[in-house]
Design a protein. Structure first.
Length: 139
């Protein structure tokens, strides 16, 4: 009887999840963040300076990112950048390596890999910069 129940349960899973179904993220997601005060963008290979205190567990004002802000810490899947809405004086970056200088500027149609962090860095003098980036994870 126990074996029969297991076989029935497995057959239901086969019906619900076809073998050719793709597992992963599908569709578009938009990630947003705000830089309170820009700190300047540094030339490669030096890292940009960004202190995103909005990621902290300590309650802070909504706009607490200094120099740069993190739109997302780690993408759930690989995709293509379909839109960048960067404030004037700000640039979108992919943080592809945990070491300093592992950032690459992003533009529309650039691929991004699973695990990549997305940042915006803003020039000195920029204040209250609202930024957004949209990633298409495919259909």
């Amino acid at each position: 009887m126990r074996v029969a129940r297991i076989l029935v349960a497995l057959s239901l899973l086969t019906i619900v999840v076809p073998a050719d179904a793709e597992i992963g993220k599908v569709g578009e997601d938009t990630y947003r963040c705000t830089v309170a005060v820009g700190a300047g963008q540094t030339p490669a290979p030096a890292p940009n300076i960004g202190l995103d205190t909005t990621q902290s567990l300590v309650p802070l004002p909504e706009r607490a990112a200094l120099g740069g802000c993190q739109a997302t810490s780690s993408l759930a899947d690989s995709g293509i950048v379909t839109g960048i809405d960067a404030a004037e004086g700000c640039t979108a970056y992919a943080d592809i390596a945990p070491t300093p200088g592992g950032e690459q500027p992003l533009a529309e149609d650039h691929p991004v890999k699973e695990g990549t962090g997305l940042w915006f860095h803003c020039e000195a003098g920029v204040v209250d910069a609202q930024n957004a980036i949209t990633i298409d994870f495919g259909a």
